[in-house]
Design a protein around this ligand. Sequence first.
Ligand code: ACM
Length: 638
Amino acid sequence: MRKLLFSFLATILISKASAQTDVNMGIIPAPVSITKTAGNFTLGNNVLILATPSGQAVASTLKQFLATKGVTAKLVSAKTPLTANQKAIVLRNDADQKLPNEGYQISIKANRIILDGRNAGLFYALQSFMQMFPASKTNAAYSIPNVEINDYPRFSYRGLHLDVGRHFFPLSFIKKYLDVMAAYKLNNFHWHLTEDQGWRLEIKKYPKLTEVGGSRNGTIIGNYPGSGGTDNEVYKGYYTQEEAKEIVAYAAARYINVIPEIELPGHSSAAIAAYPELSCFPDRDTYVAANAPWSGSRTGKQVQQTWGVFDDIFVPSENTFNFLQNVLDEVLAIFPSKYIHIGGDEAPKKYWKESAFCQQLIKEKGLKDEHELQSYFIQRIEKYLNGKGRSIIGWDEILEGGLAPNATVMSWRGEKGGIEAAQQNHDVLMTPSTNGLYFDHKQSIAEDEPLTIGRNGKGFAHYSKVYNYDPVPAVLTDEQKKYIKGVQANLWTEYIETPSKAEYMIFPRVYALAEIAWTPLEKKDFKNFSEERLPLHLAKLDQTATNFWVPVPFGQPDATVNGENYVVDLKVPVNGAKIYYTLDGYRPSENAAEYTAPIKINVPAGQKKVLKTIVITPSGKRSIVSQSIFNNGAADVK
Ligand code: ACM
């Protein structure tokens, strides 16, 4: 009896604890430390916002945010005298330089809310404050728990990439992307501007780069290599230099650095189509295969209409170096970023092997092979950029043939390149396709998923895979670990034609990215992230005109479970969403049974039952249909 009573009490205590506000106060990425103290700050109208001149931008964003919550605030100078019972939000810029770079503190007590931050830190304090702000008023005012938050990033580089070569995205979407990054404390936007299928940045000295290289005569239909067809529709687009500068300024206002990528020596078909002399074989047609998926003219150089990797790469001639230096001069004038990404990936050596010019150059320079020729290529570009005060980032293939002396390596073919580079004392950015950081991979293997890269279950990355990734490889020594500067996710857009699909692919994985980039390892907590904070953030996102991948219900087994009696206790992955289910094999919709309480499932011997669920959000977004098999010895279940 005593035991029973005890467990009854324990149950009450546990359920009370879980009903309290989330330990991370709803903030993504989870802060370094949060200490709640007694009492609440009651925020009503006429609150003062005190800010120094350098805090004005944050102050006015805060004022606008409060206005959306129905709270009027008054902006005043930081020197305004305050009485003890006057309610005020004080913004500071770490005057005594005690915080780590990008770090911030939030202190809420008595009648003061203090947001203090170093450099980007004050902006990040505001992001956290907006995320923890109560959803609704209690007795005509907002009640904010008294709290002390101390926070700073784990990594200095927190990146998100966008490929605008395969598909072009309008300026409005780039800005929306940057808004998402800023809200989640990501600070480097890697803008992949040149590709085989399109050159997307105006270069005034070489207008054909965008006139010719910015336009292709068709796009492959379906999954590469497909059945040999393209849609025969002209597809084009590019950013003017003014537009690119507008993006740089928009990003800078949100503490985001924009890293342009100008691909070399591979993925350069669009540039070669514009200026064929950049090829080893200017007279060789782009489409040489008899069955090339091409229904127009096959002669001359063409901007690619299919995906993949192409043999026609830049010839390492003086003319090419001159061209690239001129292009880079214009790029540097637009982008103040210390880092310029020069690609370096997937450059087949076939043409260099076949070219008498390249073979002669290899001999003249005393190089061993075409890999060393690639290294020579990259090192020349690095030297040029170093001379202009900039540094290069390259994909991990730049290790082959010898790393350029000051290069940062972006490790994408797993972690191997990053490990090697760190062992050679080079800075590393981790973005392994094998660990969930390729956001072009699908988020489930259900048939409901749209066309994505990877087939037959390959290239699949649920947000838990992103969350579980630690960018610092355990095999490195403590000294080598310091070279891991950060982590990034990439959005390649072969199969992402629209902003809406791009949103579908990044959410909710971008939240997991933010947490692995910012939050200290010891504070990571998948259950809290997934079941407490994700549903809150997705519910807010659901109220905006933004698409996202709706997770499946928490608590639903994703494998076959064996037994006779089950209780399936589900939880919605988006606050306010509904779960509908069937047990009769039919696909559920809003016409199926609505889940309101745990489902009891009894399976007679020799039979199975299949539970199918769908989540539908308040705005009408639908999850995939997910299914669980409850088996009690059915003959057709292995
Ligand atoms: C890459 O995904 N080719 C860097």
